[in-house]
Design a protein around this ligand. Structure first.
Ligand SMILES: Nc1ncnc2c1ncn2[C@@H]1O[C@H](COP(=O)(O)OP(=O)(O)O)[C@@H](O)[C@H]1O
Ligand SMILES: [Mg+2]
Length: 1022
């Protein structure tokens, strides 16, 4: 442990196995002493813990220390009772084997303390969960209750256990405590009625007086002073410095609550304790006939009230006895000493049975309600070997019990161990040790042992007494080496043994027993009258522990000695069935002092506890052994040849394993069925390796599991996908089938519709007709003409021809309207001119078709009218159209360049060069316009005849169609335009003469004057 403790642990050796002079008792004791002086009270002999009572509170029992010892290898930490507890706990968990911890040592050596530390460790450090919290506290709380009722101050120990206790703690498979069970052994009942000087009765009596409040004291009719009561004043030491009765009483009350005792039960318990105290104060005196009478009835009354029994009946039962003679029942009065005996017997019986009830009730609370328990850890804390000044039947039983435990220890550690080496064929040098079996036999052997001799005396008719018992002993076992009496001893011995005593040479020392009371105590007789009174009590506990059925039983109850022997043998069987661990407690001095180490006292204990032999066996032997299969099962993962499975014999597997993990030759042996490992460190190294390997394996297992679970998941997904796709394909197939079905239906309907299409609308063709319509309309949608000139139209089926016509008409109108809306006034005018041109020239004059595509213009070949031309025009007249033309004059048809200007009221011909006005024709006077049907460009403006000097104007314009149309339009003379078909035009000339223009079709266009004086125009014909 940290700091000081670790450092101090280097004092001496912490394991006697490491002691150089391991055969020397002195060296052994010196090591113990050295460590004790440094407050190092724990030392190992291998896995056995030797503990020396420090008689002072030490600091290494804290939560912190408990945690430090958890799951740590035994030898890695300084020796501690926690290490034993942890080792036991882990063995239980790892190997699922029941364990037990045997704590031995003489009275006051620290057994009970050690057991408490172990219990505390197990409850703190075991697995916890929600449910076990309660059971843990119940386990812990059972201690203060049992100690209050079963412990007392003796010369040896202020808190001496006056009963034996074997407690087992049950664990579930996770290592969480789930329940417990207590077996109790022979309570020292005589203490209830008698205490030696300097000793006390059971703690609870003092606690009740010291700890109760006024109300409770009144209820129990108790005084606060133990001196008042005979049963608590004999030892004359009610107050003890190391004991705080008041505080302890509070703890007991709290514990009883945790252990689920009801208020009623707790009241009943304390009523019984109080009634026992009162019972002790019942006095008797002899009446005239020498018979006992109760002196103080009021005390008996208190008892009767507290136990709820009939006062008169109780008084009668305390002083009389019913005897049966000749099948007649008779009341026989008791003498005073008999009455006192009866009273004490009652007190002992009441207290003893109450104690048993208490243990049973505790067991009721601790019972594991769930049956899932897996393994258990037993904890044996039993009274230690005792030698008092005066030793009686109780010490005889207690010491016999310790003999048995020593026997068990020998069996398991020395004898069995050596026998095991032999049977396993391991080389071995035998170790000598004292086997105390002879002493056990002396006490318990059938018919020949002390217990049976005592029983015989108890049952024998006639006047058997303690003395006759001693005589019988001398006769029967007088020869035994371990038995001595005054009569049998030599002179020296006689001085130390009284006449009414016998001495047993126990393994732990010689004890001289006074035979007084042996028979009575063994009989443990309680008169029937008292039992009957008790069975009628209203105190529930008393009623239940004195059942009426007991009264009917005729068989003699088993004697105390036999009962004890039977229960001890059962205990041995229990312990033998478990894997034991040992704590050997040693008392350093008799004075309960913290700083005294009495060498001789310790030497004595070391000797009788067999620690030296224990050490020698350890040194020579092997610390650890396991059957091959168990060892292999645990560690096989450390060797590739044995992992994961070894099919051969386990021994060979273990041999391979040991080779693989490199055990040194001397470190282990292979027996017939087991492997033996010499040093714990070898095993711990293996265990450590296993722990590491376990993690690796866990990781591997985890990985495999994950892989497997993923694979499962994948498989499930794949199956799901297959299923889904199968379903989906089915759905698709269904849909396709539906679609095809519909298609077939539609096709049939279509064909039927087609066949019947010409009939009037009927169900057969309605759909087809609708279809035709819709499809025609859809066709129309994309196939309609895009401009007004496009006269195409989608061909309509027969049924729709009329509608198509209407539609086309509407459509065209609509398109025209739209078109018209986009036309400007200028363009409209231009169009109108074109229309006019068409009206005049279409199909009449060659050259018209070519002119259609050419837009008319307002100015042709004239950039700007000369100012002179403008001023020569009539006032208010504006030029609307002008172009350059050739004019053939009347004098020989000479061609002259002229600019023709059409104004709003007249047409002017100007000299193109000087701009001089040559001719003006008022529109109102224009008679008409003539042109030929040929492709020439000549036309005649027929002027009025009053204009003598001028006459008609013969003009040639490159854009004759345009010029004539414009002119006709502006002058509003369109009706007066003549296209001459017959090939000649007559025109007026000045002076009333007429000229002729002849037109001829020809390929070489020309305008010439013929010999006859007419103008001949040749142009392409139509
Ligand atoms: N480990 C310990 N630490 C401190 N005191 C101890 C220890 N062990 C024993 N004692 C003291 O010795 C007394 C007797 O111990 P106990 O366990 O009752 O002895 P046993 O049960 O062997 O008769 C205790 O009351 C306590 O005062
Ligand atoms: Mg004890």
């Amino acid at each position: 442990m940290e700091g000081a403790l670790t450092a101090r642990d280097r004092v001496g050796v912490q394991d006697f196995v490491l002691l150089e002079e391991y055969k020397s008792e002195n060296a052994f004791i010196f090591n113990l002493k050295k460590r004790f002086k440094e407050k190092l009270i724990y030392t190992y002999i291998g896995s056995v813990l030797v503990s020396v009572n420090p008689y002072q509170q030490l600091s290494f029992y804290t939560q912190y220390h408990m945690e430090k010892y958890q799951g740590v290898n035994f030898y890695e930490m300084p020796p501690h009772v926690y290490a034993i507890a942890d080792n036991v706990y882990r063995s239980m968990r790892n190997e699922s084997r029941d364990q037990c911890i045997l704590i031995s040592g003489e009275s006051g050596a620290g057994k009970t303390e050690a057991s408490k530390y172990i219990l505390q460790y197990l409850s703190v450090c075991s697995t916890s969960n929600e449910q076990v919290g309660h059971i843990k506290s119940q386990l812990l709380q059972s201690n203060p209750v049992l100690e209050a009722f079963g412990n007392a101050k003796t010369h040896r120990n202020d808190n001496s256990s006056r009963f034996g206790k074997y407690m087992d703690i049950q664990f579930d498979y996770k290592g969480a405590p789930v329940g417990g069970h207590i077996l109790n052994y022979l309570l020292e009942k005589s203490r209830v009625v008698h205490q030696a000087s300097g000793e006390r009765n059971f703690h609870i009596f003092y606690q009740l007086m010291e700890g109760s409040d006024e109300k409770m004291l009144r209820k129990l009719c108790l005084e606060k002073t133990p001196d008042t009561y005979f049963y608590t004043n004999q030892g004359k030491c009610a107050k003890v410095r190391s004991i705080n009765d008041r505080k302890d009483f509070i703890a007991v009350q709290k514990a009883l609550k945790v252990l689920e005792f009801s208020e009623q039960q707790i009241d009943n318990l304390f009523e019984i304790v109080a009634s026992v105290l009162h019972l002790g104060n019942v006095n008797f005196s002899a009446n005239d006939e020498g018979n006992a009478v109760v002196q103080n009835d009021h005390v008996v009354q208190k008892v009767s009230i507290l136990l709820g029994c009939d006062l008169d009946q109780l008084l009668q039962a305390l002083t009389h006895r019913t005897i049966e003679a000749n099948k007649e029942k008779m009341q026989s009065p008791l003498a005073v000493d008999q009455a006192v005996y009866a009273r004490d017997a009652l007190a002992k019986a009441v207290y003893g049975r109450m104690f048993n009830w208490l243990v049973e009730s505790l067991n009721g609370s601790l019972t594991n309600k769930d049956v899932k328990r897996r393994s258990l850890i037993g904890l044996l804390d039993i009274y230690g070997f005792e030698i008092f000044k005066s030793n009686s039947f109780e010490q005889f039983c207690i010491n016999f019990c310790n003999e048995k435990l020593q026997q068990l220890f020998i069996q398991l550690t020395l004898k069995q161990e050596q026998e095991e080496y032999r049977s396993e064929g391991i080389e071995w040098e035998p170790v000598e040790y004292f086997n105390n079996k002879v002493i056990c036999d002396l006490v318990e052997e059938r018919h020949k042992g002390i217990i049976d001799i005592l029983d015989e005396e108890c049952l024998r008719p006639g006047d058997a007494s303690d003395k006759t018992f001693l005589k019988k002993l001398e006769e029967t076992v007088g020869e035994h080496k371990h038995f001595v009496t005054h009569a049998l001893g030599d002179a020296k011995m006689r001085k130390t043994i009284g006449y009414e005593e016998f001495r047993l040479i126990h393994y732990a020392g010689e004890v001289t027993y006074s035979i007084e009371g042996f028979l009575d105590k063994n009989n443990d007789l309680l008169f029937r009258d008292l039992k009957e009174t008790m069975s009628k009590a209203t105190n529930e506990i008393i009623k239940s522990v004195f059942p009426t059925s007991e009264l009917a039983r005729l068989k003699r109850p088993e004697t105390v000695g036999s009962q004890f022997r039977t229960s001890l043998n059962k205990l041995m069987d229990i312990l033998m069935s478990k894997e034991p661990s040992y704590v050997r407690c040693i008392k350093p001095n008799d004075a309960k002092m913290s700083d005294r180490f009495d060498d001789n006292l310790v030497r004595h204990q070391v000797k009788y506890l067999g620690l030296m032999e224990n050490l020698r066996v350890r040194r020579a032997g092997f610390a650890y052994r396991r059957t091959y299969d168990v060892f292999l099962k645990r560690y096989k993962s450390l060797c590739p040849k044995t992992w994961p499975r070894w099919d051969g014999p386990a021994k060979e597997g273990v041999a391979l394993l040991c080779k693989h993990i490199d055990y040194a030759d001397g470190d282990y042996r292979l027996g017939k069925t087991k492997i033996f490992i010499r040093f714990p460190k070898t095993l711990f190294a293996t265990e450590d390796a296993f722990q590491i390997r376990k993690h690796e394996l866990a990781t591997q297992i985890q990985a495999s599991f994950r892989g497997w679970s993923q694979w499962r998941k994948f498989q499930r997904m794949r199956d799901a996908v297959t299923l889904l796709s199968a379903h989906w394909r089915r759905v698709l197939a269904c849909r396709l089938r539906e679609k095809r079905k519909k298609a077939v239906h539609d096709v049939r309907k279509f064909i039927l519709g087609f066949i019947t299409r010409n009939r009037p609308r009927c169900p057969e063709n309605a759909h087809f007709l609708d279809y035709v319509r819709i499809s025609y309309l859809q066709r129309c949608q994309s196939g309609l003409p895009r401009n007004v000139l496009d006269k195409s139209w989608p061909k309509a089926p027969a049924a729709l021809e009329e509608a198509a016509d209407l539609l086309q008409h509407l459509y065209m109108r609509n398109m025209t309207l739209k078109y018209v809306k986009t036309i400007t006034p200028q363009r409209k005018a231009a169009m109108e001119e074109k229309v006019l041109a068409s009206a005049i020239f279409r199909s009449k004059k060659r050259g018209y078709e070519e002119s259609v595509a050419q837009p008319f213009q307002d100015k042709r070949q004239v950039d700007q009218l000369k100012p002179k031309m403008q001023t020569s025009m009539d006032p208010g007249d504006k030029p609307i159209y002008c172009c350059t033309v050739t004019k053939y004059d009347r004098h020989g048809y000479h061609a002259r360049q002229r600019t023709l200007v059409v104004g709003s009221s007249a047409t002017y011909l100007f000299d193109s060069k000087d701009g001089k006005l040559k001719q003006k024709i008022l529109h109102s006077e224009l008679r008409g316009i003539s042109t030929s049907s040929l492709g020439d460009h000549v036309f005649v403006l027929h002027a009025p005849s009053e204009q003598k000097q001028k006459g008609d104007a013969i003009v040639q314009s490159t854009f004759a169609i345009e010029t004539m149309t414009k002119l006709a339009n502006i002058a509003k003379k369109s009706k007066d335009v003549k296209v001459v078909e017959n090939g000649s035009i007559l025109h007026d000339m000045a002076g009333g003469k007429q000229g002729t223009i002849e037109f001829h079709a020809g390929t070489q266009p020309s305008v010439t004057k013929s010999k006859q004086g007419s103008l001949v125009v040749i142009a392409p014909g139509r």
